[in-house]
Ligand binder design. Structure first.
Ligand code: XMP
Length: 513
């Protein structure tokens, strides 16, 4: 089934992904395309609407991003956001000027007044807060347009040409700070573009399964499974599509969390696939012995992972297809170009070049993270797999500061399990985006019973974030931290002091190494 499609034309704005996510959340499929995409290609995609994103520039700048003005003659509605709005106004005969510092230049939350007769604002309050971020403003609107919203400083906060279905807003409806912003996008999609809301995960799932079957035929498929959300969902999808033709390889490097290897195995050995678990703890620990420099640890693990994967690949022999869990943000961030090969190396820590495959299959390539989770549910993956917090490829190796030994890994596993259990008991596991324990290489003096101890300090880390690019430290209640601390010091030998990491990202990173 072909979905209706909206094209988010990217003029270099910082929120382009967010716009695309909002459109998908409204039940409409969309793709982000660079503004340089040839008009014929855009036309061929048969969009029901365009959304022009913001951008860093001014329409008058020498290198201003401009697309073919014929786009306005396709008979397809357009919503221009910020720069996208100015580009539309400029191209259709309006006038955009640099705002004077004290007049129409606006940044941040701004009280805005809407004309609720305009289809974009239909059914919404006549007043609300919008998130502005523009230096230029529209001094004259193009012919055929009328004013649809204003602020105290700017008479042209939104413009519309209802007949042609052209709308422009100076603010960012896609960010949470704009009240009813998503509703405005929804109005554009449903009231203006005539969207049917045909983007559902159930449909996507059926279509993806059919397409994978057509492509793979009787070929052999290989997938590196980590137990993380993306590779798990990709595995479930492929399992559904091609069953026994699929082999999932789970390389257990011995640096997983407590019981994790067994959980991954239990979850996947039930599927109708060939599942191979390689227990490679010893060889990883031997390679890591005595190494404490973080980047060196990562390189060793990446390299050893490749070696193990190569060996399994050789045993299976003549693999036709390789499955990658690449998701849409990776595709967008790499410029929407053909990034498949780079990603394949990046995602699984580098795959062997020699593996004899015809093609890489990336079934999640067009999905956002939340859609991947939805697809996982659609495929019947258990909730604990679908909702998993991220876990880094190098595993506990980068949560043990200094050199790594099996004893330290075991100690950290126990402590981390207690922390996770208490967070879950407190009902905080869905609120905190990522939480884990770090075994530092600092030892300190303590007293237990009547005796002196000289043991390791354990750091607890909890962060809230939506994108993992920036993060705030989680305000875990003191009583929860207290329970965790008491339990760990009592139940885990070798740890006598607990600290809580109160550093945000930036300046810290989420992981310690
Ligand atoms: P940082 O520490 O850079 O982490 O703030 C951001 C997010 O990425 C995860 N992370 C990794 N994930 N392989 C992965 O698959 C890695 O090597 C890796 N390093 C960090 C980290 O857990 C956090 O969610």
């Amino acid at each position: 089934m072909k979905h209706q499609m909206v094209i988010v034309l990217d003029f270099g704005g910082q929120y382009n992904q967010l716009i695309a996510r909002r459109v998908r959340e409204c039940g409409v499929y969309c793709e982000v395309k660079p503004y340089t995409t040839p008009l014929e290609e855009l036309k061929g995609m048969e969009p029901i609407g365009f959304i022009f994103t913001g951008g860093p520039g001014s329409v008058y700048a020498e290198d201003a991003p401009l697309c073919n003005p014929e786009i306005f003659n396709l008979g397809v509605p357009v919503l221009g956001i910020c720069y996208g709005c100015q580009f539309m106004a400029h191209t259709l005969g309006g006038r955009v000027t640099a705002a004077q510092a004290d007049t129409a230049r606006e940044y941040g939350k701004t009280k805005t007044f809407f004309d609720t007769d305009c289809r974009l604002f239909r059914g919404l309050p006549a007043e609300g807060v919008t998130w502005m971020s523009h230096g230029d403003y529209m001094a004259k609107v193009p012919e055929g347009f009328s004013l649809a919203a204003h602020t105290d400083a700017c008479p042209t906060a939104a413009i519309c040409d209802e007949a042609r279905g052209f709308y422009g807003v100076q603010y960012h409806p896609e960010v949470n700070h704009t009240e009813n912003g998503v509703q405005m996008i929804r109005n554009f999609l449903y009231e203006v573009c005539g969207a049917a809301g045909d983007w559902t995960m159930g449909d996507y799932c059926k279509t993806a399964i059919r397409e994978i079957r057509e492509k793979v035929g009787h070929g052999k498929v290989l997938l590196a499974l980590s137990g993380g959300v993306d590779s798990s969902v990709a595995a479930a999808l492929l399992a559904e599509a091609v069953g026994k033709q699929l082999t999932c390889v789970f390389v257990d490097h011995g640096l997983m969390r407590k019981d994790e290897g067994d959980e991954v195995e239990a979850a996947f050995s039930r599927w109708n696939i060939n599942f191979i678990r390689v227990n490679a703890e010893t060889r990883f620990l031997v390679k890591l012995a005595g190494v404490s420099e973080p980047e060196h640890k990562r390189k060793i693990i990446g390299e050893e992972f490749i070696r193990v994967f190569e060996e399994v690949g050789k045993e299976i022999g003549s693999v036709d297809y390789l499955v990658q869990g690449t998701i849409y943000p990776d595709v967008i961030e790499s410029g929407a170009g053909d990034a498949a090969v780079i990603k394949s190396h990046h995602n699984v820590g580098g795959l062997p070049d020699y593996v004899d495959f015809k093609e890489i299959i990336e079934p999640l390539r067009m999905l956002f993270k939340d859609e991947v989770r939805q697809l996982g549910r659609e495929l019947g993956l258990p909730e604990y797999l679908v909702r998993r917090q991220p876990f880094p490829g190098p595993g506990l190796a980068i949560r043990i500061i200094g050199d790594i030994t099996k004893e330290k890994a075991d100690t950290l596993r126990e402590a981390d399990a207690i922390f996770r259990e208490e967070i879950a008991n407190a009902g905080l596991d869905t609120e905190i985006s990522q939480y884990f324990a770090v075994l530092t290489n600092t030892r300190s003096v303590g007293v237990m019973g009547d005796g002196r101890t000289y043991d390791y300090t354990l750091a607890l880390r909890g962060v809230t974030t939506s994108d993992f690019m920036t993060a705030d430290w989680a305000r875990i209640p003191y009583d929860v931290l207290d329970r965790v601390s008491v339990r760990i010091v009592n139940e885990v030998a070798g740890i006598n002091r607990i600290v809580y990491d109160i550093t945000s990202k930036p300046p810290g990173t989420i992981e310690w190494e």
